[in-house]
Design a protein. Structure first.
Length: 179
């Protein structure tokens, strides 16, 4: 089922009455008359007379409001089909001995010449991969060369990326087999 929502736009024109003030300047000649006190206030002084001019502007205000809603109900149905495919399964094995071996891996890694540009913590997962393969029952009695294709595939590394981690994986594998 597919539900589609469309949006339409409509332009509306609404009449609005606006007021504004206008200024008209007119100079009038008057017959000579004596100046009053109000006429003399500020007489013969230069300056600017400011007269505020006011006007109204139309300000449109829009507000979003809910005008309706769509309710969609979902029901669950069950259907049985026969499917054939390859099933992959991950297994987790916990070996408490890795913590004991970790120190040996770390010491050996720190003595490498030339020293690596990576910290032990950055490469430790590769040692764990090799260690885990060495104690995995599926690989019992197999050499690293026999196990390497599966390790490369499960690591997701290929080409140069595998070559960069292969040394730690192999060392993890070999040291675990020696224990």
């Amino acid at each position: 089922m597919q539900v589609r929502k469309t949006v339409t736009s409509e332009q509306q024109t609404v009449p609005v009455e606006l007021m504004r003030e206008e200024i008209h300047v007119e100079q009038r000649d008057v017959a000579d008359r004596p100046a009053t006190e109000g006429d003399l206030k500020g007489a013969f002084q230069e300056g600017t007379i400011r007269v505020p001019v006011r006007g109204e502007e139309a300000v449109a205000h829009k507000e979003t409001v809910v005008t309706g809603e769509v309710v969609i109900d979902k029901t669950r149905t069950t259907q049985t089909e026969q499917v054939t495919d390859t099933i992959r399964k991950e297994q987790v094995q916990v070996d408490e001995n890795y913590d004991k071996a970790r120190t040996a891996y770390q010491q050996a890694y720190s003595k490498r010449q030339p020293p690596s540009k990576h910290t032990f913590e950055e490469v430790e997962p590769h040692f764990r991969t090799g260690y885990g393969a060495a104690i995995d029952k599926r690989y019992a009695g197999k050499s690293f060369e026999e196990v390497e294709p599966q390790l490369r595939q499960t690591s997701g590394a290929s080409g140069d990326a595998w070559e960069q981690i292969k040394q730690e994986v192999r060392e993890g594998f070999d040291r675990a087999r020696e224990r």
